[in-house]
Design a protein around this ligand. Structure first.
Ligand code: SF4
Ligand code: SF4
Length: 348
């Protein structure tokens, strides 16, 4: 097994290779679906679609070490206006309450602002996963805080640490300093400020092959340190487990930590997280309009099961609402410890 991992390590960009690494039955690690079966779950079924998460493109101004999208400035995949129009038709379904825009840096899509405006016309709540530094990357993005405020967008931003060294080593030189400047700009228009109604949430993810600490304790520490050192305030901190896919999987293999990390996730399996994993109330849309149970399955090119519609052009919410979810070994990342999702811990 170790030998095959080393061979695969030479070319992991391909989703098939990533999946091959995740089939670690040979190592004696139980399949995720078998594990949840011991708690009475015959697979996992969706409970409906409340969150419509859209990857509007893989281009990003950053190249973070643990990026599960493998995003960067050289990625050309970008959602077209036509595909956005298909999204607008799909989200007219009244059960869909929230549209969660992600990337890459979603703001780099040339139709990003138009898309936000059209989604708001349909009365949906909009989340933008903003990497902060995009606000300073070019002067045409400097007014993003005002734009977000105008459309009451919820902003969710990664900040792996309240110290410069850790943030810069994970996300690139100077990212911490630019992130602090961007956070101050967001605070200045009311984001993260008590009673403003403008939500600014931060995301923490571990720097190495370990699980996040307590989300509540970490949030308290972030609040104290960011306010004391920079006068910055925010609403909630989401502690997210690194998923063993994409660039993070590369890191685990190169550092010889892959099997140990999987063992850790499996040992920390928490059955109380199963009911709340995000795929149960979410659908994830790729830049080219295909449908996935979650962002992670999207990166592994694991489309929703073919019994449900697999592309926006044949979006069928009735079929999707009760679909059986595609589960693989990376799902252990969602059920370890306090559980994990794009909105942080999930365990009940
Ligand atoms: S983690 Fe976010 S900011 Fe970093 S490269 Fe990936 S998409 Fe860009
Ligand atoms: S990785 Fe995706 S499909 Fe698997 S449990 Fe997590 S959210 Fe669900």
């Amino acid at each position: 097994m170790i030998k095959s991992l080393k061979v695969l390590n030479h070319n992991l960009a391909n989703a098939d290779n990533q999946l091959a690494v995740l089939q670690n039955e040979l190592n004696g690690q139980p399949f995720f679906s078998n594990k949840i079966a011991t708690f009475g779950y015959t697979g996992l079924q969706a409970t409906g679609i409340e969150v419509f998460q859209v990857n509007v493109g893989k281009m990003c101004n950053q190249v973070c070490k643990h990026c599960h999208v493998d995003a960067g400035p050289d990625r050309k995949e970008m959602m077209t206006l036509e595909t956005m129009q298909l999204c607008l038709v799909a989200i007219q379904n009244p059960t869909i309450k929230t549209v969660d825009l992600t990337g890459g840096a979603p703001e780099l899509n040339p139709n990003f602002r138009w898309f936000v405006q059209e989604i708001k016309k349909l009365g949906k709540h909009v989340i933008v996963r903003c990497n902060l530094t995009i606000i300073l990357a070019n002067k045409k993005f400097n007014d993003l805080p005002e734009f977000f405020k105008l459309y009451e967008v919820e902003v969710v931003s990664s900040l792996p640490s309240f110290t410069p060294d850790r943030t810069n080593s994970q996300r690139g030189d100077g990212v911490f300093e630019d992130s602090i400047t961007a956070l101050k700009m967001l605070n200045a228009v009311g984001y993260g400020v008590e009673n403003s109604g403008l939500i600014l949430n931060l995301v923490y993810n571990p720097a190495g092959a370990f699980l996040p600490p307590s989300q509540a304790a970490l949030q308290a520490e972030y609040k104290t340190e960011l306010f004391k050192n920079y006068g910055i305030s925010f609403n909630n901190l989401f502690a997210i487990t690194n998923m063993p896919i994409s660039r993070y999987l590369d890191y685990l293999l190169v550092s010889g930590n892959y099997l140990k990390y999987m063992d850790k996730l499996i040992a920390a399996f928490n059955p109380s997280a199963i009911d709340n994993v995000m795929c149960r109330n979410t659908i994830s849309i790729s830049w080219d309009g295909f449908l996935y149970d979650c962002d992670f399955n999207q990166m592994l090119d694991l489309k929703v099961k073919p019994t449900a519609s697999q592309h926006l052009s044949e979006f069928n919410i009735q079929l999707l609402n009760t679909r059986n979810i595609v589960l693989k070994q990376h799902c252990y990342g969602c059920t370890a410890g306090a559980g994990s999702s794009c909105g942080g811990a999930v365990a009940g």
